[in-house]
Design a protein around this ligand. Structure first.
Ligand code: SAH
Length: 263
């Protein structure tokens, strides 16, 4: 199954969320990371703030499912993953979100997966935790373990998005330069640096190793190489022509001084 459709099999379940702003922020986090199935168990009244915080993710808010119990919300799900900030007796075997994400994707191959979040004030109760096949906890400092509900949802959404390998990073416009082109560039720089007296011929090999090391800290694209070749050519040209231009100018000035202007 395609990774994108795997994400449609992952359901975010919020049990008795108290604050509309959190519900809206959860919608936004889901939309940012490619999830769309939101189920609320007995939400308090949903105020305008939910829409404000959802921003461009209001379709997720509009299409939410509302259930009367967690059992109903996860009834059609295979894996039911419960999230908890606490590490009580039944939560010692908790996975981290990073460990959880590939497992959730694997379960999503064959059916619906629920990711269950608790109330802002008291989390999930034992009865609700008992319905979960796995507990997941976001690592935090021991001083303050409990995240804001929507921020906790975001951490999970992000991990599942990364694990699904859906992100396409922006690509360089030009291809990586082939070795032959890179070597032409290095040869041009070598000639130019000798020509301007930057290095003595006997030190040139050593110096060129140093320059290669600096240049090769990143991958060279064809565009990069052509800029660097342009620099070397322009320096050579300037040394040859500007030198003459300057000499001619100096000579003319000197001659003008020697030959006083005729009255
Ligand atoms: N005082 C509550 C905290 C609730 S925070 C308690 O002790 O359980 C609201 C919800 O956000 C939690 O039920 C859980 O679903 C999620 N959450 C917050 N911090 C988390 C963490 N460190 N790991 C996993 N989920 C977390």
């Amino acid at each position: 199954m395609e990774s994108e459709s795997l994400l449609t099999n992952i359901r975010v379940v919020l049990v008795e969320p108290l604050y509309s702003g959190n519900i809206g922020s959860v919608c936004r986090a889901m939309a940012n990371m490619g999830l769309s199935d939101l189920t609320l168990v007995n939400p308090k009244q949903i105020r305008d703030e939910a829409r404000w915080m959802a921003c461009h993710a209001s379709d997720i808010l509009e299409n939410r499912t509302v259930c009367g119990s967690l059992a109903e919300a996860v009834g059609d799900c295979g894996a039911v993953m419960g999230t908890s900030a606490r590490d009580g007796l039944y939560r010692r075997h908790a996975l981290s979100p990073r460990e959880w994400a590939p497992r959730a994707l694997q379960s999503a191959q064959t059916g619906k997966v629920a990711l269950v979040f608790g109330r802002e004030d008291s989390g999930l109760n034992n009865e609700e935790l008992a319905l979960c096949t796995q507990i997941v906890r976001i690592p935090t400092t021991t001083a303050y373990r409990s995240l804001n509900l929507a921020q906790a949802v975001m951490v999970f959404c992000y991990e599942i998005f990364v694990a699904a390998d859906l992100y396409e990073p922006p690509r360089e416009k030009s291809e990586e330069a082939p070795a032959a082109l890179r070597e032409r560039m290095v040869a041009l720089w070598r000639a130019m640096l000798l020509n301007v007296g930057f290095m003595e011929p006997e030190k040139a090999d050593h110096m060129m190793f140093g320059l290669r090391r600096i240049f090769s800290r990143g991958a060279w694209t064809e565009d990069d190489v052509s800029i660097l070749m342009g620099v070397a050519r322009q320096v050579e040209w300037a040394v040859e022509n500007r030198g003459e231009e300057t000499l001619t100018k100096l000579e003319t000035e000197r001659n003008n001084e020697r030959i006083p202007a005729q009255p």
